[in-house]
Design a protein around this ligand. Structure first.
Ligand SMILES: *[C@@H]1O[C@H](CO)[C@@H](O)[C@H](O)[C@H]1NC(C)=O
Length: 335
């Protein structure tokens, strides 16, 4: 659940330059002005944080280029770009609708329609989490479902008769989900996105560039990761991690790697937090706000490791770090 500090920054800066543009374009139009919250997908990597219908349509490719000499010279430049793009698509470039919700939500995607032909190399996939460059959030070993169960592929097999119902329905396990598609020829789909509140969020993808997140194991044996796709400054409050003996000192220990229950703060170059570099391992108890530390990595993560023997919890205050935060840096990833 999101707590108090909520500095609303009008765009997410997720370290990928194309994304803020995408987000901003939504916010130019108030939701009410858009009937049924329809969104057109125009970019290959499209980040979505609002409910509604997401529509993608790719028309049949234009007739083969006509080598009429005069027009050929004039059009060469324009066509070269198009053809490069078409070639990339034919080679099977994968695009995605990257959905992110509030920290205490899960994502539901209903395929209202899809026309993606298996035979021409078309393919769609729902991913329970995000995937970038072959890396997954949440990390494969930190998810309660194995990877095969987190990725569901589908397409239209027109040879099959009777045809199966087009409607498909998916739910993610955390506030991040991905709808991937590869459509070399023509094709289209309409995906409806909804968010549902949950009471015990575990893995969280950070959406805002400044916010407070509550992490807890709710008494379970589980490891939960909070990841921000930007270099971040982090401080901790309302900390209670570890056994009674560890908490008794009423102070925070930043070097708890020998304890099983701990909060790891670190970073990695990509989405996979499995081998993240660690800046500190935290345990203990305090009600005071701890000092800030900055992690300069492509992805900043806080991972709560719990054996299930204790009720662990922490408030994580996170904001985007900039060059002024270099003097509080505890970790610089190789870039
Ligand atoms: C949590 O992570 C720790 C160390 O990173 C590992 O030993 C443990 O098996 C994990 N627990 C679960 C429930 O995955």
């Amino acid at each position: 659940m999101k707590l108090v500090v909520y500095v609303y920054v009008s765009m997410i800066v997720l370290g990928v330059q194309a994304w803020p543009t995408v987000k901003r374009s939504f916010e130019l139009y108030p939701a009410a002005a858009m009937p049924y919250n329809e969104h057109r997908i125009a970019d290959c990597m499209h980040v979505a944080s609002e409910p509604g219908d997401y529509i993608f349509k790719k028309a049949a490719p234009p007739p083969p280029f006509n080598f009429n000499r005069d027009s050929a010279l004039l059009e060469l430049d324009a066509v070269a770009g198009d053809q490069l793009e078409a070639a990339a698509a034919a080679a099977g470039s994968v695009c995605g609708l990257y959905v992110i919700g509030e920290p205490d939500t899960i994502v539901e995607i209903t395929m209202k329609h899809y026309d993606v032909n298996c035979e021409s190399g078309g393919l769609m996939a729902f991913v329970d989490g995000w995937e970038l460059n072959g890396e997954y959030f949440p990390a494969v070993k930190d998810h309660h479902r194995v990877l095969e169960d987190r990725v569901y592929e589908f397409c239209n097999n027109n040879k099959q008769w009777p045809r199966f119902s087009n409607k498909k329905f998916f739910r993610s396990s955390q506030n991040a989900a991905l709808l991937q598609y590869r459509i070399p020829a023509r094709g289209s789909f309409v995906a409806n996105v909804r968010f549902h509140k949950i009471t015990q969020p575990c893995n969280i993808l950070v959406q805002d560039t400044a916010a407070v997140y509550k992490m807890s194991n709710y008494g379970h044996a589980r490891n939960c990761t909070l990841s921000a796709l930007f270099p971040a400054a982090i401080s901790l409050g309302s900390l209670r991690i570890g056994s009674k003996a560890v908490r008794a000192q009423e102070k925070v220990n930043y070097d708890c790697h020998l304890f099983e229950d701990r909060l790891e703060i670190g970073g990695s170059a990509g989405l996979d937090t499995t081998g993240m570099e660690l800046a500190s391992d935290v345990c203990g108890a305090t009600n005071e706000l701890g000092p800030e530390q900055a992690v300069f990595c492509g992805v900043t993560s806080v991972r709560l490791v719990s054996t299930g023997r204790y009720q662990n919890q922490a408030a994580v205050i996170i904001r985007k770090a900039d060059e002024h935060d270099l003097d509080i840096a505890t970790l610089l990833c190789a870039l």
